[in-house]
Design a protein around this ligand. Structure first.
Ligand SMILES: NC(=O)c1ccc[n+]([C@@H]2O[C@H](COP(=O)([O-])OP(=O)(O)OC[C@H]3O[C@@H](n4cnc5c(N)ncnc54)[C@H](O)[C@@H]3O)[C@@H](O)[C@H]2O)c1
Length: 346
């Protein structure tokens, strides 16, 4: 039986997402998703917000990230399993859905492993645009795994970075990242320690994966004036920075109710000041004050960023071939005759 139009939901597979990204261009797509996130952060108060819903295990975490602006509803399913790469699997995989609040019908189902890398890089560089020192040209990239190239390209496209200094405890990861960045226009320096990587860097991105408290940066390594983009610490019991760095920094977050549970600031008192990025973006709170201040983006990833990315993809695939119609919703001729529909299919 042929499904009716009402049964069909556009589905973007990994293959189609990769074709879409190439069609648009990696840097352009990151920049456009960042613009969508910026617009949505400007209307922060119109969203339903909740810390994401985690299911922790000794192996990792599985999370649901829902939000709605009253017209559309979106959620992402995402995991974080640092041990996975040793088994040939990704640390982070994801898929997501957008729905129409009026009918409750899904309007998009998509892979979000690729899309999460783009939206995380877009968010980081958007925040960097507001907080990084003016004329920053060099970024240290510590942790050279799945997210790393996207981060480097985002800061190149949006913050004017021309040099990245790479470090990972696994030299094979650094070699992979350096090879992937060939021909992108970035000058790439591979380093043997985190100390070497941050030499001369105005921006430090930490994007490591470990299911425990790690100390990627110690206090003596961080000089005045830098912007730290800390992405990897995003779970209870999983952080990257020494507490003393936090005490010297002005801390900026996405959604404090979630970051206080998951971010670097879980190591601080619950009332330690943390500025919400939407307030910086709308001009209600101050961003970088001077060139000696250390700014720290304590990133954990928030549902509105995924919602922005989902809406971006929904628009971008319209009229293209970068999706397949998925027979996902039962559509009986008489809406109350679901059983009859089943029997007629015999
Ligand atoms: N904040 C967000 O929005 C957001 C989004 C996506 C992923 N993440 C987090 O970012 C982290 C990285 O994700 P990924 O997909 O790139 O993971 P990945 O496993 O592909 O890469 C992580 C890299 O970190 C390296 N590493 C581990 N410990 C290190 C250390 N002490 N020093 C230097 N390098 C070290 C590993 O060797 C690996 O190459 C994860 O913890 C993930 O949960 C956060």
């Amino acid at each position: 039986m042929q499904p009716s139009d009402k049964a069909l939901v556009p589905f973007v597979s990994v293959d189609n997402m990769m074709r879409l990204i190439h069609h648009i261009g990696v840097e352009r797509m990151i920049t456009e998703i960042a613009a969508q996130i910026e617009d949505d952060f400007k209307r922060w108060e119109s969203f339903d917000k909740t810390p994401r819903i985690p299911a922790h295990s000794p192996h990792g975490v599985i999370e649901l990230m829902p939000t709605s602006d009253g017209e559309a509803y979106g959620f992402k399913y995402v995991n974080g399993h640092p041990k996975n790469t040793s088994e040939g699997l990704q640390t982070v995989t994801a898929f997501g859905l957008l729905a129409d609040v009026y009918t409750g019908y899904p309007t998009l189902l998509t892979e979000m492993t690729m899309l999460t890398a783009l939206r995380t890089a877009a968010t980081s560089a958007l925040v960097g645009k507001y907080l990084a020192p003016k004329n920053a040209s060099t970024m240290a990239m510590i942790g050279n795994g799945a997210q790393s190239e996207f981060q480097c390209l985002a800061f190149k496209a949006m913050c004017g970075i021309d040099t990245v200094r790479l470090y990972d405890i696994d030299p094979a990861a650094t070699a992979k990242c350096a090879a992937n960045l060939q021909g992108t226009g970035l000058k790439v320096v591979s380093c043997r320690s985190a100390e070497e990587a941050i030499e001369g860097a105005q921006i430090i991105t930490t994007c490591t994966a470990d299911k425990k408290y790690a100390t990627i940066l110690t206090d003596n390594m961080v000089g005045p004036g830098v912007h730290i983009n800390a992405i990897g610490g995003d779970c209870p019991g999983k952080t990257e920075l020494h507490r003393d760095i936090l005490l010297r920094s002005d801390i900026f977050v996405e959604y404090p109710e979630q970051t206080r549970i998951e971010g670097e600031i879980q190591a601080l008192d619950p009332d330690h000041p943390a500025t919400e990025m939407w307030q910086v973006i709308t001009g209600q709170a101050e961003g970088r004050r001077d060139d000696r201040q250390i700014t720290l983006f304590d990133s954990v990833g928030f549902a509105i960023e995924d919602f922005s990315a989902l809406r971006y993809v929904k628009r971008a695939i319209e009229g293209t071939e970068f999706f397949e119609p998925l027979d996902m919703l039962a559509d009986p001729d008489d809406p109350r005759d679901l059983f009859g529909m089943l029997m007629r299919a015999k």
